[in-house]
Design a protein around this ligand. Structure first.
Ligand code: SF4
Length: 215
């Protein structure tokens, strides 16, 4: 069992599920139960694709390694720039992820996640902080890092924070929990809120559901 579920790199997007129900992570990524995507998931993918397309139509491609480009920015040789669907990998935290948008200035990095909601949930903030952690390690970024949730429709920011020491500690704790789960050193907790189970697409196959329709 230990070898079966062992994972070296944790995708940051899984933190969203972790906040909702860890047992769902188990069903999805350990037992590998596959279910059709929900309407909300498909609509989220569609919106991301539209934002990516709109960005590509305006953005100039970066024709050199990103590290080189960042170093030029830090030396003041180029203007601030932004990237979308920016892939990251941190060896130190054993994380991978793709940031919706990152804006880089000489003194600050701003990491943006696009969401359909009008406010940020705890899961959104956890995910953003993990991106900050991953970026700071992957690019040895020593300047300030901020993060924000941007509404996908209105493009307005509905949450923003500075990635300070408290946020960093919170993210490190969560990542350590994820590694404990996926290395077999902790049990996946099932949600005990009935509303979560009622809304969960894994409800029909879940033996730990706190609520089953019709029962
Ligand atoms: S039905 Fe409930 S306990 Fe089961 S995976 Fe979904 S949210 Fe978790």
């Amino acid at each position: 069992m230990f070898e079966l579920i062992k994972r070296d790199l944790i995708p940051i997007s899984w933190l969203h599920t972790q906040d909702f129900c860890e047992y769902q992570l188990y069903l999805q990524h350990v037992l590998r139960i596959k279910l059709p995507a929900t309407k909300e998931m498909l609509s989220g993918l569609q919106k991301h694709a539209e934002l990516e397309q709109a960005f590509r139509e305006k953005a100039a491609p970066i024709e050199e390694p990103i590290e080189t480009h960042i170093n030029k920015l830090l030396r003041g040789e180029i203007e601030p720039f932004s990237m979308r669907e920016f892939s990251l990998k941190s060896e130190k935290y054993r994380l991978t992820g793709k940031i919706d948008e990152i804006q880089l200035f000489r003194e600050r990095a701003l990491i943006i996640d696009n969401k359909p909601s009008l406010s940020a949930k705890a899961a959104d903030i956890n995910q953003l902080r993990a991106y900050c952690l991953c970026f700071s390690d992957a690019y040895r970024w020593e300047g300030e890092i901020c993060n924000a949730v941007q509404n996908s429709e209105s493009q307005k920011f509905v949450f923003a924070e500075r990635f300070n020491e408290d946020a960093k500690l919170a993210a490190e704790g969560l990542i350590s929990r994820m590694h404990a789960l996926f290395s077999g050193n902790a049990d996946f907790s099932a949600a005990d809120e009935k509303w979560k189970c009622a809304a969960c697409r894994f409800n029909a196959v879940c033996k730990k559901a706190a609520y089953k329709p019709g029962q």
